[in-house]
Design a binder for this molecule. Sequence first.
Ligand code: SF4
Ligand code: SF4
Length: 387
Amino acid sequence: MSSSRRNFLAAGLALPVAATAKPGQQAPPAAPPAPRRAFAPEFRYRTLGKTGLRVTTLGFGCMITSDGSVVERAADLGITYFDTARNYGHGQNERMVGAALKGKRQHLVLSTKTEASSRQEALDQLDKSLQELGTDFVDIWYLHGKTSPAAVTDDLIEAQQAAKKAGKIRFAGVSTHGGQRELIPSLAANPHIDVILTVYNFTMEPFMNSVIEQAVKAGKGVVAMKVMAGGARRLRRGDPNLAKLQQQGAMPAALKWVLRNSNVSTTVPSMTDMDQLDDNLRAMSQTFGPEDEKLLAMHLDRIAPSYCRMCGECAGQCRQGLPVHDVLRFLTYAEGYGQFTLARERYLEMPPHHVSARCGDCPSCTVACPYGVHVARHVARAQEALA
Ligand code: SF4
Ligand code: SF4
């Protein structure tokens, strides 16, 4: 293993370190966990477009959750929207979510996704999803990770329509990690699509507000993901300023920033532990204020050269044909979420010529990011760490 990958692992997977003892000394006993304070969240609800589904503005993105008790507690406390996907954790995530929500299903809005490329493959995946989730139907079934109108094929739309007819899904959706400028207006105009799940956070350009508004005016429900701009509460690569901002509440501030847009019906931040759940529940009932604004401005300053907004505006610019926004998204999974295994799996799912491409082979980088992301530097880091 190269030293840079070792460094990367150490940073991305920064976990609490047990107190160490000198040889011959007994390790001090671990401090007991702080008691959880009684906490009564104030829930806010919005309607998901013309679906009429009432959802809490804080939903639950289950992608990187492995502890089902966090999902279960969220449902018991009153969160009503839970999101997973067929390919999260090789299908294990749906199974975990299904087990955690057993007996509560009828009160909840449940969504999953398919990355299939054909009608039959999608319908087969849906059957598997229903089996793993332990339910007869999902409320929303998304075509996963589309970045252009052309990727939302007639074949896949037909699969959604057939699934609706069969009572296996209530509503059809599309999720997107990039290319929103063209994709969201095209989805807004598509009568077969009910819900759009999109990246949306404080780093976004104003055009995102207008395309979201366009979708809502067309009756679509809008769900926001990546609401914290890739920043979990992990201390990223030992940056003490970033760590301080995170301790001061930059992550709840980011959630509040998204929730102040009433066109967003709900959000699906990833939550892996009870503290994160509590922080987000508190943020749901608070108003975005000047302190939050200050924190986010400082946060944006810190992350600007490294955070990819996944806008897809650099699509087609890489001389080796790399999907830059995907590669940088995988890097965010590893560094922001601490999910190195997931990041590597996604990276290795790319076509072999993308997996083996190296920035070092380019005389210069042809990708110009309008937001100042140092593309070649970060893509090269992803190659070094994940290939
Ligand atoms: S690198 Fe820049 S232009 Fe490319 S997807 Fe990311 S933010 Fe957009
Ligand atoms: S340096 Fe990397 S990102 Fe830039 S053009 Fe070459 S392969 Fe693409």
